[in-house]
Design a protein around this ligand. Structure first.
Ligand code: HEM
Length: 454
């Protein structure tokens, strides 16, 4: 078969298409997909990139991890922080780790974490004042970090006293949209304050995690948290390996969830009808406080979370690197290039979605969702390297949402969300909101007592 080079936008000497990408990566990818179709070739920051917009190609790439391992750009920086955990390893090592960790994320275990999810959210809203102002993203970051740390290490780890919260925050600073140019361009020796803080924080976090592992190995407990499961895993893991996995969870497992919840509330505050319908469901399903059983009953709450992840997927693209030259149709893609699977673009593609820009949770409840092709929606990736925390994240998002919606509503103090497609999809600036306690009579009566419903 004769092959050809895929088409793409013309770039400039040296920088390629970096300037167009940097201006607005989401818009750039959408325009490329519209104009050039199945495979689009462009050059960003020196990488020869090929974006795939055909769902069968996306499926092939995600499901064949031998031919399409992760691209260095999605693992190199991260490896400096989390070492060789599940997110960054490849081949046999990855397969062994995945097998060992899998049971910790079975639904039967996620049930153990549900109470933590509700309790830590209660702590968050417990600090709110009626009419007060908070930063929504910061609140969600703190909540999901507390949930994750407690699910991993148990309740007696004092986050603040051990400096874990501050350390994680300092380590995330280099990845903030406004800091990324410096992070990627500054040489290692450059005296950049936030990079130095991040390095010190990494050493601190390392020491803390080793300390916690050591204490646990010596203690005789029957705990059921993530650390206990890693210590018990059939494939014996050394302390270094457990440290890498713990740090991986810290980084993979709280920011993405916090961003999802930030977008959920942003969208609800713009769509009062959807918010009212959500509250109706929460009022009807939840008794005293949300439980994991309620999550099985929620329909609309789940649809709201899915719809927010469709419009604002925190992992806005997935990158892979072909281990050999490959073809998609008659387009050739060279070995060692960068394959871009554009989650953002496909989630808003009118080939698969009616009125794609609209926030319409009900699209997940009617026939429309049955006819949707595989991989039109893949916020958690797909194939063997699909997110191991998917069920944890879906349970958490619904429980945090229900706990907040039960008593509180928020009003935006900002205009439109200005987004930055950095490593994850982030709001560029602050996200200030006014917190309002719900009036008692604003709540629908609980339809049927729970005991009678089950
Ligand atoms: C809304 C929340 C979340 C989103 C959108 C999300 C998204 C993703 C995506 C897209 C991938 C695949 C990346 C790739 O193929 O290159 C992934 C992998 C992963 N996620 Fe998540 N994630 C979320 C929550 C979580 C949570 C709560 C945890 C853990 C507690 C977690 C742990 C991981 C790990 C360990 C991997 C690597 C899996 C592997 O390579 O075997 N994630 N996540």
């Amino acid at each position: 078969m004769t092959t050809r080079t895929p088409p793409g936008p013309r770039g400039l000497p040296f920088v390629g298409n970096t300037h167009q990408w940097a201006r607005d990566p989401c818009d750039f990818r959408e325009r490329c997909a519209e104009e050039y179709g199945r495979v689009v070739n462009f050059e960003i920051i020196g990488w020869d990139a090929y974006m795939l917009t055909d769902l069968a190609d996306v499926k092939r790439v995600l499901e064949d991890t031998d031919t399409f391992p992760k691209h260095d750009s999605s693992t190199d920086e991260l490896r400096e922080i989390v070492g060789d955990g599940l997110l960054t390893s490849e081949g046999d090592r990855w397969e062994r780790q995945r097998e060992a960790i899998r049971p910790a994320f079975f639904m039967s275990n996620i049930k153990n974490y549900a109470d933590v999810m509700v309790s830590r959210t209660e702590d968050t809203v417990g600090r709110w004042r009626d009419g007060g102002t908070v930063d929504l993203r910061d609140e969600m970051m703190r909540t999901t970090l507390e949930i994750l740390v407690e699910s991993m290490f148990g309740e007696d780890i004092d986050l603040a006293a051990r400096g874990i919260y501050d350390a994680v925050e300092a380590m995330q600073e280099p990845m903030k949209p406004q800091n990324q140019p410096v992070t990627f361009l500054a040489p290692d020796w450059a005296p950049v304050p936030f990079l130095r803080r991040a390095n010190r924080a990494r050493d601190h976090l390392d020491a803390q995690v080793y300390d916690i592992i050591d204490e646990r190995r010596r203690a005789d407990t029957d705990r059921e948290d993530l650390l206990a499961m890693l210590l018990d895993a059939d494939a014996e893991m050394g302390d270094d390996q457990i440290r890498d996995e713990m740090l991986t969870f810290l980084f993979a497992g709280h920011e993405t969830s916090a961003l999802t919840l930030t977008y959920v509330w942003d969208l609800l505050s713009r769509n009062p009808e959807a918010e009212a319908r959500l509250r109706e469901e929460v009022d009807a399903v939840v008794d005293e406080r949300p439980t994991v059983e309620d999550v099985f009953e929620f329909e609309y709450a789940e649809a709201v979370v899915r719809e927010a992840m469709r419009l604002y997927p925190p992992a806005h693209e997935i990158r892979r690197e072909p281990a050999e030259e490959v073809t998609f149709g008659d387009y050739a893609v060279p070995e060692g290039s960068m394959l871009v699977l554009p989650t953002w673009v496909l989630h808003r593609d009118d080939r698969f979605w009616d009125d794609p820009e609209a926030f319409r949770p009900s699209r997940w409840l009617d026939g429309e969702s049955r006819d949707r092709p595989e991989y039109a929606f893949f916020p958690f990736g797909g194939g063997p390297r699909r997110c191991i925390g998917q069920q944890f994240a879906m349970t958490e998002a619904q429980l945090v949402l229900a706990t907040m919606a039960d008593e509180w509503t928020i009003e935006r103090e900002y205009g439109d969300l200005d987004l930055s497609a950095a490593v994850t999809l982030q709001p560029k600036g602050d996200v200030p909101v006014t917190t309002r306690r719900r009036e008692r009579d604003d709540r629908a009566p609980r339809a049927t007592p729970k005991a009678e419903r089950r």
